[in-house]
Write a protein that binds this ligand. Structure first.
Ligand code: ADP
Length: 159
């Protein structure tokens, strides 16, 4: 069976935590589609195009990963992609409540699609894109948390 997983998120910007989840998933699925959500309500710092391009740079070494932007309902995007799985990352118990609700709602919308959760390596479990943005905007060093290209783009945008 050929299984494709969709990993949706805002990726504003992609962090080492996201990349860790994607690399783990790439070993489990035939294809992983990183679906970058437009998320206009979150007022992202990086445009959709910038977020897609940063993810492409970071994930360049991973062969069975495809990166694409989307602005439709997630389950519709998954159906159109011919994927069977929605992949999400869980860092801590605090992620669970929202992720549980999201998984339940997506199952209600399409019961054929399964949501699977992966946890990152421990050193990535406290990284969030929002903290990275905050640290960068205050002049802190974010190089332990994101790819060097992301460090450079953050400093152009917020530095
Ligand atoms: P969203 O706006 O959909 O929450 P994010 O880009 O913040 O988008 O996160 C996408 C997914 O990646 C979510 O499931 C989130 O819990 C997970 N995630 C975010 N940061 C990490 C990390 N450091 N380690 C593992 N998973 C993460």
């Amino acid at each position: 069976m050929n299984i494709t997983a969709v990993y949706p998120g805002t990726f504003d910007p992609i962090t080492n935590g996201h990349a860790d989840i994607i690399k783990r998933a790439s070993k489990m699925f035939d294809k992983v589609i990183v679906a970058v959500a437009a998320s206009p309500s979150k007022k992202p710092v990086f445009s959709l195009n910038e977020r897609v391009n940063l993810a492409k740079t970071v994930l360049e070494p991973v062969t069975n990963v495809e990166i694409t932007g989307f602005n439709s309902l997630l389950v519709k995007f998954v159906e159109q992609s011919g994927a069977q799985v929605i992949l999400r990352g869980l860092r801590a118990v605090s992620d669970f409540e929202y992720e549980f609700q999201l998984a339940g709602m997506n199952r209600h919308l399409n019961s054929q699609i399964e949501t699977l959760f992966l946890t990152p390596a421990e050193e990535y479990s406290y990284i969030s894109a929002s903290l990275v943005r905050e640290i960068a905007s205050l002049g802190g060093d974010v190089s332990p948390f994101v790819h060097e290209k992301v460090v450079a783009e953050l400093s152009k945008k917020l530095g």
